[in-house]
Design a protein around this ligand. Structure first.
Ligand code: GCO
Length: 463
């Protein structure tokens, strides 16, 4: 795996998403997103914050591109704000929204940074949610219209497109657990949501091929490596079941032939489906869903350890006395990255894989300087990059690695309280300051060697 930004075949990058960094929620003609609505309801966001200002990237984007240049990344994964393009979900595009991304993409390219663009990173226009959101099959057309508008304008310059970010989070956290927007708790609806997301992905690929010929196209899956807590049949079956619902339910239709039989039976058993007929599937859907793509984006943060829960559903638990947890409560488990990459390669054979997100939140110490020294984040990144490199050495077609995230931002239901950034953000002043991990990543990119990147670099010049 070659490491330098100038080699075409491996991208070192960082990732962000529109809702999490842009702010300017009511400027430039932007409409309301489901996350604006969700965050305005008391008790939905841990610290009571919202993303109305976030990192104010909408106004500070040129400065933020300077941070990317300073890091030396060859690629930047960003997302387009759907309600900035279609404020009411349909009709004419908002010219100011398109102009914003047009200028951003041009500037990135002028700086030698490849834009890696996600079309749906969760910020659905509220107007579409009011018509049922992803539970409605009409969303396939709504997404197609949006994708056509964006790719007609930017398709001549964007070399990598992602249709959806993490369908599992949208469907499961948003429509089943209700802990993300739109906050519904309906497992049956959640399965419809998955289907409509996957179907709209297939349609979008066809549209993108037309407006962005030559670009690489894919979707991003949040992958977890599932381990049973014990060797008992019940726990091993719970692990099979969680893997079915979390990984195979998404990857089988994309790369094989429909939803996995055992996972359908599990959903029937849990009462999520009345029987094994899937009423939301129409003839021809699976051909559309498996429209060929060029890459799979994999996001990896942690593994899942599971046991059989009291209701029969698999229960993810925390049993890690000797492994560190991040501030999200997620176990630091770099081996799991090797496990998911080698497994996805073996079972699904995507032509290319990009690790489209990997990173960690840690609580800052009491003084400002504590928040800039982040040896735990450096260790997290170092061990995960090593696991990625090992996977590539074993034949996984890994072509890029993106740190989540460029800078601290609006971490969804955790609000501004969880900090994932290579750059610390002071949300009062909007000042960005590089953490030790930013210096480490910069060294890694310029030297191409994980171990030569020094951990003790605070004295160097900041951007
Ligand atoms: C996700 C999203 C990101 C998150 C990040 C940390 O994976 O949930 O793509 O938007 O902020 O993963 O939770």
């Amino acid at each position: 795996m070659s490491a330098h930004r100038k080699t075409d075949d491996f991208m070192w990058g960082v990732a962000t998403s529109a809702q999490q960094i842009e702010g300017a929620f009511a400027e430039g003609g932007r409409g309301q997103s489901i996350w604006d609505r969700y965050a305005s309801t008391p008790n939905h966001i841990l610290d009571g914050s919202d993303s109305r200002s976030a990192c104010d990237h909408f106004h500070r984007w040129q400065n933020d591109i300077e941070l990317l240049e300073w890091l030396g990344v060859g690629a930047y994964r960003l997302s387009i704000s759907w309600p900035r393009i279609l404020p009411t979900g349909s009709g004419n595009a908002n010219a100011a929204g398109l102009d914003f991304y047009d200028a951003l993409i041009d500037r990135l390219l002028a700086c030698g940074i490849q834009p890696f663009v996600t079309l749906n990173h969760w910020d659905l226009p509220q107007a579409l949610q009011d018509q049922g959101g992803w539970t409605s099959r009409s969303m396939v057309n709504a997404f197609a219209d949006y994708v056509a508008i964006v790719s007609r304008r930017l398709g001549d310059r964007v070399g990598h497109w992602v249709t959806h970010n993490e369908p599992w989070c949208i469907a499961h956290l948003g429509y089943q657990e209700g802990v993300h927007a739109p906050g519904l708790r309906d497992p049956g609806a959640s399965l419809k949501v998955v289907h409509h997301l996957l179907l709209s992905h297939g349609r979008a690929i066809e549209i993108l091929r037309g407006y962005s010929p030559g670009a690489q196209l894919g979707i991003v899956h949040l992958a977890t490596s599932v381990h049973p807590v014990s060797d008992s049949d019940a726990d091993r079956d719970a692990a099979r079941q969680l893997d079915g619902a979390f990984n195979r339910w998404y990857l089988d239709p994309l790369y094989r032939d429909g939803y996995p039989e055992d996972a359908i039976a599990d959903h029937v058993g849990l009462g999520h489906l009345a029987n094994s007929d899937l009423p939301f599937v129409q003839s021809g859907d699976f051909e559309i869903i498996r429209t060929p793509t060029d890459f799979l984006g994999v996001n990896y943060y942690s593994r899942s350890v599971v046991k059989r829960g009291p209701t029969g559903a698999p229960l993810a638990i925390q049993v890690v006395p000797d492994h560190e947890l991040t501030a999200m409560g997620w176990e630091v488990y770099p081996q799991g990255l090797h496990e998911v990459l080698t497994r996805i390669h073996a079972d699904y054979r995507p032509a290319r894989i990009y690790l489209t997100e990997n990173g960690a939140a840690y609580d800052d110490g009491p003084s400002p300087s504590d928040s800039l020294s982040d040896p735990r984040r450096v260790d997290y990144l170092r061990t995960h990059v090593a696991a990625a490199q090992q996977s590539a050495a074993e034949g996984v077609p890994l072509h890029g690695y993106f740190v989540w995230s460029l800078m601290d931002n609006f971490e969804w239901a955790q609000g501004l309280s969880k900090r994932f950034g290579l750059f610390h953000v002071d949300f009062e002043t909007q000042r960005r300051t590089p953490r030790e991990s930013a210096f480490w990543y910069r060294d890694l990119i310029s030297s191409g060697a994980v171990d030569s990147a020094s951990r003790h670099v605070q004295t160097r010049r900041s951007p």
